[in-house]
Write a protein that binds this ligand. Structure first.
Ligand SMILES: O=C(O)/C=C/C(=O)CC(=O)CC(=O)O
Ligand SMILES: [Ca+2]
Ligand SMILES: [Mg+2]
Length: 409
């Protein structure tokens, strides 16, 4: 597939990707755009030409949702559902690959360096899972050395918790070191976290809602999930370690969660689908069939040094199983819900969060500048990227999710 837009070699955004985001330029209004090469195509402007009208025609209502991209979040588009998502993607592929549309669309094309990206989704509910076996075992060993590393529920259901939707921020947002209570010599002390960590995850964005009481079978995953983002679930391990018993993570994780600016549509990830690793014991009926794993290769950079390259394909539970589990009790999905996979880890010593990499702070890592680290220091920057096989032998990317630590206030 060739596009009339120049796409540099190695760009995460070839024409086989076309991820969606929210951008603004100068003092202009934030609106929906797609990324292609070093440019963004404003879909608000493109829809204004009428070239997307057929794709945006609602088959039930007959109306054309022409204004859906002139909005500060993707939620209006997410609410339109799978048939329109697919129609718009097919039409965009046509428009971007047929040079006869260049004249009409050039004015809607802007260098990516000239736009500011915003949080792509107004996040409704946020859930974080705990589904990578090495991560769960490692954290179990570090936090609960006296117990079995995996608790008995772990291979029976995708363990997760409800997080804080309102503190999800777009990539590039600074993260202020949180304060809270941590144990010093067995006694709680209030102050800034000294064990600030990251978690590299893949997040799934829900578009189509459900009714109260409705369950989503694993085979309906693509009817509800629009696409994927990268997530950094910043975690204050000292605050977490004191507060989490018995109800789970609370303030140790709710201060900020960063997401990438670009939402990669599920269609773009079709070539990345791969069989899920064996699940033993056989999961409960509502968790079958398992659905697909996705062969995303993540990379975590700490001040520019790559410290972890965790393989998302090795996640124990699939995104379809996580969605089925999330709704098995009849809890509703809402447009804009986000659920994160859980920390993507892998074999020691080169994978996982900093808690795992340094084994609870025992084994410092050395960065390329010769400095050493256990947990994050003020001024540190963490950047997570990912690549995946795309259509036609291409490689697609997610852009990045990056954030810098500011001192506690
Ligand atoms: O095992 C625990 O007590 C805590 C685990 C985590 O902090 C992990 C978490 O947030 C879920 C994940 O990202 O895998
Ligand atoms: Ca997490
Ligand atoms: Mg978090």
């Amino acid at each position: 597939m060739q596009t009339w837009i120049e796409v540099p070699d190695g760009s995460p955004f070839p024409v086989t990707n076309v991820p969606y985001g929210i951008v603004s330029r100068g003092g202009g209004r934030p609106h929906v755009a797609v990324a292609i090469g070093d440019h963004v195509l404003s879909l608000a402007a493109a829809a204004g030409t009428g070239l997307l009208d057929d794709a945006l025609r609602d088959p039930e209502l007959g109306v054309v949702h022409r204004d859906v991209f002139d909005a500060p979040s993707l939620n209006g588009f997410l609410a339109l559902g799978r048939p329109l998502w697919t129609a718009v993607r097919s039409r965009l592929t046509e428009l971007l690959t047929d040079p006869s549309y260049e004249g009409a669309l050039r004015p809607a094309l802007v260098p990516r360096a000239e736009v500011r990206t915003h949080l792509p989704v107004e996040v409704a509910d946020y859930v974080d899972f705990y589904c990578f076996e090495e991560h769960a075992s490692n954290v179990g060993r570090i936090f609960r050395p006296e117990q079995a590393p995996l608790l008995p529920n772990w291979k029976r259901l995708p363990v997760g918790y409800h997080g804080r939707a309102g503190t999800i921020v777009v990539s590039g947002t600074d993260v202020v070191r949180p304060c809270g209570q941590r144990l010093v010599g067995g006694d709680p002390v209030y102050g800034s976290s000294l064990r600030l960590d990251i978690e590299a995850e893949v997040g799934f964005v829900v578009g189509t809602p459900t009714r109260l009481g409705q369950r989503v079978p694993t085979v309906d995953f693509a009817d509800h999930v629009f696409g994927a983002v990268l997530v950094n679930d910043w975690s204050a391990r000292d605050i977490q370690a004191f507060e989490y018993v018995p109800l789970g993570p609370f303030l140790g994780k709710s201060f900020a969660t960063s997401v990438s600016a670009w939402v990669v549509p599920l269609e773009a990830l079709a070539a990345a689908r791969t069989p899920v690793p064996a699940q033993d014991p056989v999961p409960a009926g509502y968790l079958r069939p398992a659905g697909d794993a996705y062969a995303l290769s993540l990379a975590v950079q700490w001040n520019g040094t790559t410290v972890s390259r965790p393989p998302f394909a090795d996640m124990y539970w699939t995104a379809a199983q996580q969605l089925a589990h999330l709704t098995v009790n009849g809890a509703t999905l809402r447009t804009g819900d986000l659920y994160a996979s859980g920390t993507v880890s892998g074999p020691r010593p080169n994978s996982g969060c900093f808690l795992e990499l340094t084994w609870g702070g025992r084994d410092p890592v050395t960065l390329d500048d010769g400095s050493t680290r256990t947990f994050l220091v003020d001024g540190d920057t963490v950047t997570i990227t990912a690549t995946a096989p795309g259509a036609d032998g291409t490689t697609i990317g997610f852009g990045e999710v990056t954030g810098r630590i500011l001192p506690a206030t």
